[in-house]
Design a protein. Structure first.
Length: 250
């Protein structure tokens, strides 16, 4: 296995070292390339109008002043003379459940690898504060990477893993899931700077979840690891006949 590790929590991300330690136990052929700072919620952003600078932190570990997607894209284009056959993005501090995947820089890196036909997955842990059991998620990641290396995965398929914040012995099991549904109760706060110009804060932490059996949210909240297979193809095929009907009347 040739494994590339990236993330959106940056070089200081607390999940990086536990993940790397577990990856080293399954392969000697690995590299790390991560943002030089936290780049959460940047989605699939890619740097096009400024240079991307890369710095070697230590052997096989690099940081860039770019996004998680940049990390994978630079690797694919040969910035490190390394051609991975698996990309692991994480371990993200905080879950990436349901529609979170649209915004997540962690998931975006896995998408970018998938676009390059590289097997990939994002992995996140369901905790933002207090004691965070990164070692649990790291063990899950290494185990899944080992299985993924043996799997035949169709082009366009990648995976999103969410891990309950529990010691390994308290994890109830692993479930194959679908994406859940949620709605953030965000607020827009408008203020003025000393010059009288308006500026805005997006605020609000409350989330309304649809607690449906078989979804990532449902299983993680009940102590199971959630693995969701995802597809790059966003086409709503069942709606194409309806579109044809609409188009015929235009």
């Amino acid at each position: 296995m040739k494994i590339l590790i990236t993330n959106d929590d940056g070089i200081q991300g607390k999940g990086l070292t536990p993940l790397l330690n577990k990856v080293k136990a399954i392969t000697d052929d690995w590299k790390v390339i991560v943002p030089d700072r936290e780049r959460s919620a940047v989605s699939q952003a890619i740097t096009l109008k400024s240079p991307i600078r890369m710095k070697k932190v230590k052997t096989n570990v690099f940081k860039i002043d770019g996004t998680p997607t940049d990390c994978v894209y630079l690797t694919v284009l040969g910035a490190m003379d390394f051609s991975p056959n698996i990309v692991i993005s994480g371990i993200n501090k905080g879950p990436n459940l349901s529609e979170d995947i649209v915004y997540s820089g962690t998931v975006a890196a896995a998408i970018e690898a998938c676009l390059a036909n590289i097997k990939s997955f994002a992995i996140s842990i369901d905790a933002l504060k207090g004691k965070i059991y990164y070692e649990t998620a790291a063990e899950i990641a290494a185990g899944f990477a080992s299985q993924l290396s043996k799997m035949k995965v169709p082009n366009g398929i990648f995976f999103n893993i969410n891990v309950p914040n529990l010691p390994k012995e308290k994890i109830k099991g692993i479930k194959a899931t679908k994406l859940g549904t949620r709605r953030y109760l965000d607020k827009l706060i408008k203020r003025k700077d000393p010059a009288g110009n308006p500026y805005f804060w997006l605020s609000g932490d409350d989330v309304l979840w649809k607690d449906e059996k078989g979804t990532d949210y449902h299983e993680v909240k009940r102590g199971y690891v959630s693995i969701t297979p995802l597809h790059l193809d966003l086409t709503a095929y069942e709606f194409i006949p309806k579109m044809e009907s609409i188009i015929s009347k235009m």
